[in-house]
Design a protein around this ligand. Sequence first.
Ligand code: HEM
Length: 184
Amino acid sequence: MIGVINSLLLDYVKQKYGESMLQELVAHPVVPGDHQFRIDTYYSDSDWEELYHKAVNMVGIDREEFEWDFGYFCGDALVNQFPGFVKGCTGARDMITRQPKIHNAISHSLADHDAQKIVNNKFMLEEQGDKIIMHYVSVNHMCTFYRSLATWVGEHFNEQLSINEPRCMKQGHHECEIHVQYTK
Ligand code: HEM
């Protein structure tokens, strides 16, 4: 996972659950000594999973609930951190279509080419009339994060979206298939 999301996880825990929870989380050995995750660095997905599980277990709520709320938090944070990516979008469909390209653009700054490939292979977008189908395959199983961020995008552009996920890795399918229908 590129350090952007790891860093946002620390910000989220601090803002929502306070400094003492943050200190407990950063005590995890995958967190760098200075507690800073870098945007131009890839941290292994297995390290990410360990950190994420620790955060979810620490706060003691259901992972789905945590992930949905974290997705909204990231929407607000990403629009501030990367205003150019969002301002350039004409609406929800444009932003949701651009999302894999945004990820890939960020991964280009990584020196590690294997890591670039991992990032680029997680998402495959299919456009079908008034909907997109996202094919998502990742060991991180963050499809709820995807649906939450896509919902955030709809609200950001004040548009109605209908989102469902007929296939999910967490239900044993080989990929998550997320349908986003534009009802504007
Ligand atoms: C300004 C907009 C955005 C930026 C800068 C951004 C950036 C990133 C970065 C750097 C990662 C880590 C990628 C990796 O290491 O694989 C990530 C992960 C992710 N993002 Fe975004 N993102 C943006 C918008 C979105 C949107 C709109 C969605 C969904 C509709 C989304 C869904 C996800 C998901 C599901 C992951 C987790 C991938 C995984 O590791 O399995 N992102 N994002």
